[in-house]
Ligand binder design. Structure first.
Ligand code: M6R
Length: 607
């Protein structure tokens, strides 16, 4: 994740950009850079490493100008060098970017053929060249920016500065957050409200597909369809921006919508997009070529482990055992001689998971923590760690931490597959490409919000709900049922779709909705048979599937929630978004306390 700031101001920009970047350093500190307009010309200063290096560079070679953009980088494509640091620029435009441009390779090749010279290994640099290309063809800045953004695939937040354009700054958002700060004769862009908080308390959050065209005295927002749009102005007092919900009604909703960003951040931590390979940190003696693995967690973290069990077995051919921490620790589990244990936890403080970790360490098993909170107890006590980069999760019902866990575990499955010789470089590239597309696919899946909201209205009257899934979507069904129970207090159970006929089918009647998680994959036909069994017994089906699946389900479903077509490998990540939204809106319609449901605690530090 990277930090973005833009200032269209009336005072020297460089020190103000640095001040904002200091607040954004938590988003990344591999390199930092700023660009300002000096007499209408773009001037840049960049430095590898922490912000202090950029400050030194600016002290030696100051930048004038009152309009500029700045960036703190968390490296994804290309090493953390000065050349790869943002802003990336031509003579006509400078940009800073947060996110992943998925189609950067074909765009780069096209632009090189058109005579553009690239100076970095980043995906981001194509944005500057693409905009320049449209400017060269005579388009004014706003039109050039819109034309370029339309060609970008992936997830991004971008700020753009134009040579000769003392009264224009443009921002674009798709998948990665971007906020507009409204000043007095000044305007700002920031990757969050904290970035602009030194300058203004009035902030608008851009929505998916928005483009913001700023002048000193105006902020025009164009929505994804190119229509002028209004965005609510939030007023923050003091440091409130840090824990605000932005445009969202609840933290859970905000966190669901952060997932294109948080999965992207986590995936790029473990993936070298340039080489299409997974890169793991030093795992301190954890042997990824081991003969077997165990995965332990509680609640949602356990379900993430259950998905990983399918991945590790299918991709890496390694036998995996998953268990709930509270069961595992008391059953005197036996370990393979050459095995490792994976401990999944958002908080890193869950008492049962911690006890299971300690049990494994006492029994000389190497341990790997997949944890969201740095320096938490599980983080510290494990032999090695794979951080999930979801950021603070406030909603008690876990959402973005779950998909961040899946992201890290998916990368781990590829790494284990390579270590065991189960996949070759070509297959690794294919899997990595699929993983890199996931943030964008999650953003696409979230577009089903209006339909899901309408279905949730109906679901909120149910007393019991069943969730079905097959393969890696069985744990997603379990997670869907858990989410619904937690925040709407509706009784829900997840079942393996094939298990239905062995008992739970007795529950089917017209009052019990059945939610089926069914991408059109190799198991789809089997799940379709189960849907027919439900339909034959008068059950109401709510089917989450893609266009190909929807065509086959036809009218046996009461409702279809459309998800984007995707590689089966990453489908559990993509299908997590609609099941979360379904639970969320059901709770909203019931009027329950979404962020702090009764009886629950965010971190369970007791047995
Ligand atoms: O912090 P952890 O991931 O270890 O927490 C584990 C569970 O308590 C947690 O996932 C719980 O099930 C959530 N409330 C689910 O939304």
């Amino acid at each position: 994740m990277c930090g973005i700031i833009g200032i269209l101001g009336n005072a020297p920009a460089a020190p103000r950009l640095v001040e904002a970047l200091r607040r954004l350093e938590y988003r990344g500190y591999d390199s930092a850079g700023v660009a300002t307009l000096e007499g209408g010309q773009i001037r840049r200063r960049r430095a590898a490493g922490k912000l202090a290096n950029l400050e030194r560079e600016l002290a030696e070679r100051p930048l004038a100008g009152s309009t500029g953009i700045g960036h703190t980088r968390w490296a994804t494509h290309g090493a953390p060098t000065t050349d790869n640091a943002h802003p990336h620029a031509s003579e006509k435009v400078a940009i800073v970017h947060n996110g992943i441009i998925e189609n950067f390779r074909p765009l780069r090749e096209e632009l090189i053929r058109a005579g553009h010279k690239f100076a970095s290994e980043t995906d981001s640099e194509v944005i500057a060249h693409l905009i320049t290309d449209y400017l060269d063809k005579g388009k004014p800045p706003e039109d050039a920016a819109i034309a370029a953004v339309r060609r970008l695939e992936g997830a991004f937040g971008i700020a753009m500065l134009f040579a000769g354009g003392d009264d224009i700054l443009i921002g674009a958002r798709k998948g990665s957050p971007l906020a507009v700060g409204l000043g007095d004769g000044e305007m700002y862009l920031g990757s969050d409200a904290i970035a602009v908080s030194p300058f203004t308390t009035r902030v608008m959050f851009l929505e998916e597909g928005d483009i913001a065209v700023l002048t000193h005295n105006s902020a025009k927002i164009l929505d994804a369809g190119g229509q002028a749009a209004e965005r609510q102005v939030h007023v923050f007092a003091g440091g409130a921006a840090a824990v605000e919900k932005g445009n969202h009604r609840h933290f859970m909703q905000k966190e669901i919508y952060e997932q294109p960003e948080t999965t992207g951040r986590t995936i790029t931590r473990y993936v070298n997009a340039y080489d299409e390979r997974v890169e793991m940190p030093d795992l301190d003696g954890v042997d990824l070529a081991a003969d077997s693995a165990i995965i332990i967690g509680c609640g949602t973290a356990h379900y993430a482990g259950r998905v990983a069990e399918y991945w590790l077995e299918q991709i890496a051919g390694v036998p995996v055992e998953t268990d709930i921490a509270s069961e595992f620790r008391y059953r005197k589990p036996a370990f393979g001689k050459n095995s490792f244990g994976v401990f999944v936890s958002q908080s890193g403080e869950t008492a049962d998971t911690l006890a299971a970790l300690r049990y494994c360490k006492e029994n000389k098993l190497k341990t790997l923590a997949v944890v969201n909170v740095p320096e938490s107890t599980i983080w510290r006590e494990a032999d090695a760690r794979l951080p999930t980069l979801a950021g603070p999760e406030i909603g008690v019902a876990s959402t973005k931490a779950f998909t961040a866990q899946l992201s890290a575990l998916a990368a781990l499955a590829i790494a284990v597959g390579r270590a065991r010789g189960a996949i070759d470089a070509k297959e690794e590239s294919r899997l990595v490409r699929a993983l890199m597309e996931t943030p964008r696919l999650i953003a696409d899946a979230l577009h089903a919000e209006p339909e899901i909201d309408a279905i949730a209205q109906e679901l909120s009257h149910a007393r019991d709900v069943l969730y079905l899934g097959r393969g890696a979507h069985y744990p997603i069904a379990l997670e869907g049922a858990l989410k619904l129970k937690e925040i709407s207090y509706i009784h829900a159970e997840g079942y393996a779709a094939g298990e239905l006929k062995h008992g739970p089918i007795a529950l089917i009647d017209e009052a019990t909705p059945v939610v089926v998680v069914a991408p059109h994959d190799a198991l789809f036909e089997k799940t379709l048979s189960n849907m027919q069994e439900v339909n034959a017994r008068g059950g109401r089906l709510i089917v989450i599937t893609d266009a190909a699946g929807a065509a086959e389900v036809g009218d046996i479903a009461s409702h279809i929630i459309l998800a984007p077509a995707c590689d089966p490998f990453v489908a559990p990540l993509v299908y997590s978004a609609p099941i979360q939204l379904l639970a969320y809106f059901t709770a909203v319609h019931k009027g329950t306390d979404v962020d702090q449901p009764r009886n629950l605690a965010k971190s369970v530090t007791v047995e």
